[in-house]
Design a protein around this ligand. Structure first.
Ligand code: SAH
Ligand code: SF4
Length: 360
């Protein structure tokens, strides 16, 4: 009995089918398969696994946990965005976001770290500092919470259309947590798991070169987005201080290598900061950087985060004119350009607005 009280139960949500089989041994492998099937359908209790005998449900419930996190609050924006605050087993808090586009298609935006060590000047998560990496289960559980977030609390049954896309663009730098991210992506894309097409998953990085090379060499071949922000090296280092060790010429080489290996187009994300990175020289530098690469530029008008400053001046949104001019400047330089709308602004669930102080 005492043993039971101090036992830390293993969590099953982030395990592959092979790992489950090994964990359940000497039970026959088909039992692991049954449980895996239930897990990927978002089942929250062993007692809902109706094809398992009662004594096995009880034993599994005694030995294991299906989930390690829970939704602690839900904020819904009239534009359909829902931001979930999720509390992890150790009390750390992260956020996951459900985005709904004009056609009603649903996208899950997932975090990979509690906080972020990259300290970008324009990002709320960066201002929090870094707490820890998430494990694969904590990444996958966000998906299940988001799947049930549309109308419910984020703890209930699936309550809307299937999620069509996954974007790894929440809190944290994914390529600094590639091992656990890769495990999670393995389950998302497993034909026996969630069966996601790799083309429907986008990983966004601030430009961590070893991670890009690793992805190029070992996959998975998901879509890659790089938060360039500016291709003016001096300004970039000031805005994104941790990119100091990932200089632009080497980042460009890494992207060339990535494209040679994968043949995939890369998105360059540019957060437009009013009066800062919207100059003609930013446009020129971007065009130089993109020369010879197969890229599309995604413009993201900066979403306000209270209290953030850059070199003593408060940051501001770009004007409509700045956005238009930058967009036209890209087209004139023969670069494909897309624009991201500020989804979820009403609940601080838009890009760069994620995070609250940690209470561990
Ligand atoms: N750490 C990864 C992924 C999470 S950030 C990365 O940086 O790519 C996801 C996107 O939000 C990045 O493109 C980032 O540049 C952008 N972003 C950060 N703060 C923002 C803000 N306040 N407004 C708009 N976009 C922001
Ligand atoms: Fe981290 Fe991305 Fe925010 Fe930079 S923009 S601090 S890399 S989450």
């Amino acid at each position: 009995m005492f043993y039971n009280e101090i036992m830390v139960k293993s969590v099953l949500s982030g395990l592959s089918l092979e790992e489950l089989k090994a964990l359940f041994s000497p039970l026959p492998p088909f039992r692991a398969k049954q449980v895996y099937r239930w897990i990927i359908r978002g089942t929250r209790s062993f007692f809902d696994m109706t094809d398992l005998p009662r004594d096995l449900q009880e034993e599994l419930d005694f030995r294991f946990m299906l989930y390690s996190s829970q939704v602690s609050s839900r904020l819904a924006d009239p534009d359909g965005t829902v931001k979930l605050r999720i509390t992890l087993r150790d009390g750390a808090k992260i956020e996951g976001v459900l985005l709904v586009d004009g056609g009603g298609r649903r996208t899950a935006c997932l975090s990979t770290q509690a906080g972020c060590p990259m300290a970008c000047a324009f990002c709320k998560t960066g201002a929090l500092g870094f707490l820890r990496n998430l494990d694969s289960g904590e990444i996958i559980e966000q998906f299940f919470h988001i799947q049930t977030a549309g109308t419910g609390t984020g703890n209930g049954p699936v309550d809307g259309p299937e999620i069509a896309n996954i974007v790894i663009m929440g809190m944290g730098e994914p390529l600094l947590n590639l091992t656990e991210l890769r495990r999670a992506l393995g389950i998302f894309t497993d034909p026996e798991g969630l069966g996601f097409s790799k083309r429907r998953i986008t990983v966004s990085t601030s430009g961590v070169i070893p991670g890009i090379l690793d992805l190029a060499d070992h996959g998975p071949k998901v879509r890659l987005a790089v938060s360039l922000t500016t291709a003016d090296e001096d300004l970039r280092k000031r805005l994104m201080p941790a990119t100091m060790t990932h200089p632009l010429p080497r980042l460009r080489e890494a992207l060339l290598y990535y494209q040679q290996k994968t043949g995939c187009r890369v998105t360059l994300e540019v957060v437009l900061l009013g009066g800062i990175n919207t100059r003609r020289r930013d446009m020129d530098a971007l065009a130089d950087f993109a020369e010879g690469l197969d890229v599309v530029v995604n413009l993201i008008p900066w979403n306000p985060v209270e209290g953030l400053e850059f070199e003593g001046r408060p940051l501001g949104r770009p004007t409509v004119r700045e956005i238009e001019e930058f967009s036209e400047g890209m087209t004139r330089r023969r670069l494909g350009v897309t624009r991201r709308r500020g989804k979820g602004l009403g609940v601080s669930g838009a890009c760069g607005q994620l995070g609250e102080s940690f209470t561990v």
